[in-house]
Design a protein around this ligand. Sequence first.
Ligand SMILES: C[S@@+](CC[C@H](N)C(=O)[O-])C[C@H]1O[C@@H](n2cnc3c(N)ncnc32)[C@H](O)[C@@H]1O
Length: 275
Amino acid sequence: MVGYQGGKRRIGHHLAAVINEYASQHNLTKYMAPFFGCGGVTMHVTLPCRVASDLNDDLIQLWTQLQQGTFTMPTAAEVTKAHYEELKAGTKLKAGAKLKAGTKHEHTSQSMRAAYGLFCTSPLRYMSSFLKNGHNKKNTPQRLLDGLDEMKHEAQSVFLSVEFLPGRDYTQWKPRGGWIIFCDPPYLNACGYWHASTQKRMSFHAEKFCKTAGEWAQKGNHVFVSYNHAPLYQPEHWTRVWSSDFNLGTRTKRFERTEYLWFRGPTESQPMDAE
Ligand SMILES: C[S@@+](CC[C@H](N)C(=O)[O-])C[C@H]1O[C@@H](n2cnc3c(N)ncnc32)[C@H](O)[C@@H]1O
């Protein structure tokens, strides 16, 4: 299972169950995921039309290429610290540009960088340790290759019908109405996300996001937000439709977290029952 910072793999099926039920009660068929990440919720959503994107265009390129079968898997010999450094240096290349012409690496810098980036995040820390320390018993290139293989399998099965749009900021979505929009935005304490087009880390304005999500609902869309706190703008318009406590962490360092799902629908629709 592919891990992702803030990923919803463990609880995705709970959130998707609420969304699927709401969609069938209201005859809704269109679903949008502006914060796709690794699709922990989207993979369980059964609406016939699913559209997704993410600010991280590298990641979207990776999913698109895996889905279309155009991503060239690296060989184990290619997965080296030097290659990683080369990819990092390549962040200054234009989006989609190839690495140095004539080198044996044929991947575009973007998708391969996303692949490495993913496997450097928790809980797959072994990869970042591999990149720092080189190979050892645990940190083998094979781990990254297995993870990529799993993503490829998902892209060509559960995500096959997902239409990936080029990486974009959530504010670029202008849904006219009738969409279910599932948002899993960065949490308040997230320190910044990679913005592929500007090549910078950007901080995330939670209040501005809550305002935009409210405007989507006012335009006739049905908005679900996965947040560990109440929406920061007009909280009285949001209903908490699901919550659960989770025991997370490692064997030695455990912590509790409560996850919530918030809902705001079009003004004229029946509000969803609070839990
Ligand atoms: C918590 S993660 C989503 C995890 C996803 N639900 C999963 O299960 O893998 C948040 C995502 O929001 C994306 N993101 C951050 N700022 C964004 C923005 N302004 N517009 C769109 N996506 C953004 C990040 O790149 C990241 O993939």
